[in-house]
Write a protein that binds this ligand. Structure first.
Ligand code: FAD
Length: 457
C-alpha cells in the first residue's frame, strides 16, 4: 500500500490535477485490451521529462513499482499495474516537436496518437510506416514499446525499422539518448533496437526520432477469392517471390469468410473458402503497369475471382469486409483466445493445414486471418463458455499450436508482445540461458526492477 507521504510528495512535484489517488479516478487506468484489471494505488501524469525523472528517482529510492501507460490498447496486460504499483500515464506528453522532411525525420513525444502524427505528416506528403489498426487511439510510445505495426508492415516495416533514435529514463531516473539523427550511423551499441519492443521493462520513453517517408500518390486495391485455402497461401508465396512488394497483403480463411458473410450479407460468393486483400502503391504513371504485372502473377495460381476496386466506394467495400471480422468475433461472445503467431510465409500452407487438424482434434473452432504477407496470422480459438476456455482441452490445444509454430521456424507473437498474459509461454521460444542474459540486461537498465516488473522477460 502506498502511504499518504508518497502521494503528498507526488502532489508537491507535479502540477495540479496530475495526481489521481481516489479509486473512482484510478479505476479506468487499471486495465487494457487484455480485459485484465488491477486497481492502481495512484495514477500520475507527466508532460515533461523533468517530472518523469523526479518521479522515477523517488520510486527508485522508495522501491515503488511503476507501470508506464500510453492509452491502454495493448492486448497482453502490459499497461495493467501489478499490485501496489503506480501508473504513469503519458497521454499529456503529446507534442510533435519537429517534422523535418529534408532529413526525412520527425521528433515526437511518446503520448502522440499515431493517427495525429500521420495526419500532420500527410499535410507534407509524408508518413510514418507503422499503422496498427488501433492507430486512432494508440500512442507512439506504446507502438514503440510493443513494436506494433499493421497491414503495411509488409512493405514499410515495424517501429524497429522506422526509428533513428530514442530518449528514455532508466529505472534509476537517469536520462539516456540512443541512435542518430542521420540515415547512417554505427557508433556504439544499437540500444535503439534493443529498447524498441521491450514492453516498458528497460526504461520510460520520453522522445523518439522517427524515420519518415514520402507518400506514394497512387494505390490499387485487389480482392482475390479461392476455393481452397492452400490456393490462397500458394498465391501469397508467389506474390512475395516477384519484385513488386505489396503495400498490404491480408488473408482470411474459410471460418472467417462464414463470419464476414453473416455481417456483410454474402460479400463472398458460394464455395469461396479463403480470400486475399492485396494493395500495391506507386507513382500514378506506373501503377497500371504494376497492376497488370501483379494480375499476371495471381493468374498463374488457382483462384475463383479477381476484383479490382475502381473507385473509393469499391475500396471501402473491400476493406469493410476484412475489418468486419474483429467486431463479428466480438459479437459471437467474449470466450476466445486470440493469438498472433508468425511463420515464414513458405510455411503458411502447412501451418493452415495443421491448424485445421488441431481444430478437429480438440473440437475447438479456430478462425484464422491476418497480415499474411508477414506470415503473421491471428489465430482465434472460440469457446461457448468461460469453463471451456479455461479447460485442459483448451490448454492442450494452445500448446499444440505453439509447438507447431515453433517447429515451422515461427515465433509466438508478431505484434501483441508477452506482457503478463503470455509470460508463461516465453520459455517455449527462448532458452533458459538467453532468457537469463536478457534479465541481466534489464538489471543494468533497472537495477531495482521497478519498471513493469514481472512482465515480458
Ligand atoms: C482494436 C485494436 C486493434 C489493434 N490492432 C493492432 C495492430 O494492428 N497491430 C498491433 O501491433 N497492435 C494492435 N493492437 C494492440 C495495441 O493497440 C498496440 O500494442 C499499441 O501499440 C499499444 O499502444 P498504447 O498507447 O495503447 O500502449 P499501452 O497499451 O498503454 O502500453 C503498451 C505497452 O507499452 C508500454 N509503454 C507505453 N508507453 C510507454 C513509454 N512511453 N515508455 C515505455 N513503455 C511504454 C506499456 O508499459 C505497455 O507495456 C490493437 C489493439 C486494439 C484494442
Amino acid at each position: 500500500m502506498l502511504n499518504k507521504k508518497h502521494i503528498k510528495y507526488f502532489n508537491k512535484i507535479l502540477p495540479k490535477d496530475f495526481v489521481f489517488s481516489e479509486p473512482g479516478d484510478c479505476w479506468a487506468y487499471g486495465y487494457d485490451n487484455s480485459k485484465m484489471h488491477v486497481m492502481p494505488e495512484c495514477v500520475l501524469f507527466a508532460n515533461h521529462k523533468s517530472q518523469i525523472k523526479n518521479i522515477v528517482k523517488y520510486c527508485f529510492e522508495n522501491n515503488i513499482p511503476i507501470t508506464t501507460r500510453g492509452r491502454g490498447t495493448g492486448n497482453t496486460g502490459g499497461s495493467v499495474p501489478i499490485e501496489n504499483s503506480i501508473v504513469l500515464s503519458l497521454e499529456k506528453m503529446n507534442k510533435i516537436i519537429k517534422i523535418d522532411t529534408s532529413n526525412r525525420l520527425s521528433i515526437v513525444e511518446p503520448g502522440v496518437i499515431n493517427t495525429v502524427l500521420q495526419e500532420n505528416l500527410k499535410k507534407q506528403n509524408f508518413f510514418w510506416g507503422p499503422d496498427p489498426s488501433s492507430q486512432d487511439y494508440s500512442t507512439i510510445g506504446g507502438n514503440i514499446a510493443n513494436n506494433s505495426a499493421g497491414p503495411r508492415a509488409i512493405k514499410y516495416g515495424t517501429p524497429r525499422d522506422n526509428i533513428l533514435g530514442l530518449e528514455f529514463i532508466s529505472g534509476k531516473g537517469e536520462i539516456h539518448k540512443t541512435g542518430v539523427k542521420t540515415s547512417k550511423g554505427v557508433v556504439g551499441l544499437d540500444l535503439t533496437r534493443l529498447f524498441t519492443g521491450s514492453e516498458g521493462v528497460l526504461g520510460i520513453l520520453t522522445e523518439a526520432t522517427l524515420k519518415i517517408l514520402p507518400l506514394n500518390n497512387s494505390v490499387k486495391t485487389i480482392e482475390i477469392t479461392f476455393e481452397r485455402v492452400e490456393n490462397a497461401s500458394e498465391t501469397i508465396i508467389s506474390l512475395m517471390t516477384q519484385p513488386i512488394t505489396p503495400y498490404k497483403l491480408e488473408f482470411v480463411d474459410n471460418e472467417s469468410i462464414k463470419l464476414i458473410n453473416t455481417i456483410k450479407k454474402n460479400h463472398y460468393e458460394e464455395n469461396c473458402n479463403s480470400a486475399i486483400l492485396l494493395e500495391i502503391d506507386g507513382e500514378e504513371e506506373y501503377i497500371d503497369t504494376m497492376l497488370e504485372n501483379i494480375i499476371k502473377v495471381i493468374k498463374k495460381n488457382k483462384y475463383k475471382e479477381i476484383t479490382v476496386a475502381n473507385c473509393n466506394l469499391d475500396i471501402e467495400n473491400l476493406w469493410s469486409a476484412r475489418k468486419s471480422l474483429s467486431p463479428a468475433l466480438r459479437e459471437i461472445g467474449g470466450y476466445k483466445i486470440n493469438e498472433d503467431i508468425v511463420v515464414p510465409i513458405s510455411n503458411l500452407t502447412i501451418l493452415l493445414k495443421n491448424l485445421n487438424k488441431i481444430s478437429e482434434k480438440y473440437s475447438i473452432k479456430i478462425v484464422n486471418f491476418g497480415h499474411a504477407g508477414n506470415g503473421n496470422i491471428h489465430v482465434n480459438l472460440l469457446f461457448k463458455s468461460d469453463k471451456e476456455k479455461k479447460s485442459d482441452n483448451s490448454k492442450k490445444c494452445l500448446k499444440e499450436i505453439f509447438d507447431l509454430v515453433l517447429s515451422l521456424d515461427g515465433t509466438l507473437s508478431g505484434e501483441h508482445g508477452i506482457g503478463i498474459i503470455k509470460k508463461e509461454f516465453i520459455n517455449k521460444e527462448i532458452d533458459k540461458g538467453t532468457l537469463s542474459l536478457m534479465n541481466d540486461i534489464k538489471k543494468q537498465f533497472d537495477p531495482k526492477n521497478i519498471l513493469n516488473p514481472n512482465k515480458s522477460i
